[in-house]
Each structure stands twice: as C-alpha cells, then as structure tokens.
Write a protein that binds this ligand. Sequence first.
Ligand SMILES: [Zn+2]
Length: 198
Amino acid sequence: MSRPRPVDRLIRALARLPGIGPKTSERLAYHVLRAEPELAQELVDAIAAARASTRVCSVCFNLDESDPCAICASPERDRALLLVVEDPRDVAAFDASGYRGLYHVLQGRLSTLEGIRVEDLTIAQLLARVGDGGFQEICLATNPDLEGEGTAEVLVERLRGRGARVTRIARGMPAGATIAQVSAAILADALQGRRELR
Ligand SMILES: [Zn+2]
C-alpha cells in the first residue's frame, strides 16, 4: 500500500512507543491527520514542553521538574522508609495511595529475555544510598510478575546485612496487573500487608 511519505514517517515514529503496534500507530496517525489542527499542535507542544521541563532526580531517579525532585526535597516525608519501584509511573501510583516515605526508581527490572542486567538499572546507586544509613526499612515494590519477583530476589540478596529491614509488598494484587494499572486502594492494601524478607 502506498502512503504519502510523511504519513509513513509518522506511523513509524508512533510505532516506536511501547504498547503501540503497527495497526494502532496507523489508526492514531490517521486520526491526528483528520482531527482539527489544534490537536496536532497541542501534541507537538505538550511533548516538547514535557521533554524540556522534566529531569531525572539524581537521588531517587524519579522524573520531576527539579533535581532533587519534590519528594526527595520535601521535609514532610518519612526519611526512614524507602520504597523501591521499577518506574516513575509507580511513584505517581503509590503517592496517590497515600504513601509518604521516600522512593528509589530502578528504571526497569531485570530481564534475561531482554538482556537487562544489574548494571543497566540503578541498583548500585540504591546500595550506595542504603549504605549511607538512615533507612530503617527498604520495601521492594517491583511488579508482582516473573521479572518483578526475580528483581526483588536479587535485591534482597544485595541489601541483606546493610542495617535496614527489607520487606516486600503483599501479593494482594490481581494476577497479571501492574502497579501502574491498579487502584490506589489496592496499592494501599499491598503496602499495608508488606512482609519482611529474610
Ligand atoms: Zn528524588
């Protein structure tokens, strides 16, 4: 099928986003082209502004407008409790559930399939933070799937004997669900029911 080359370029660019297959990218591209021109301009502007105004926190690796991020800089947070998550989306989800400790964002999870190793994540930085002391509890809140559990197992090995309790969120989440998808109430329960790993 022949398409105008710029349309083809847009479809290929959209297909590089996670969870967007070729059919979906084609549908989105044609939608943007048919919709009022303001939609296309708003997408361009919103992407550029979000890109330009967010940075990665050098302490916890969350995404925010400032570095250190608002959470790391806040005097209101419980600095003895550290929640280890895969992704900045999980920070937003746990904060919406009422969690008020600090975070460490791994920037992914270990995966033999995708070749993601310990050194590809912020695990060394996590160990350095914990080594500096001050945390009473490190709660591992990676996703309750195969790779998330595997990542938690590696972390508990490495965090052992560093002076803080290591806990894992409860397995109350629906099977196959990810942290970024479930409701604040489910996350609050998962945190409430966390248990110590030895
Ligand atoms: Zn931070």
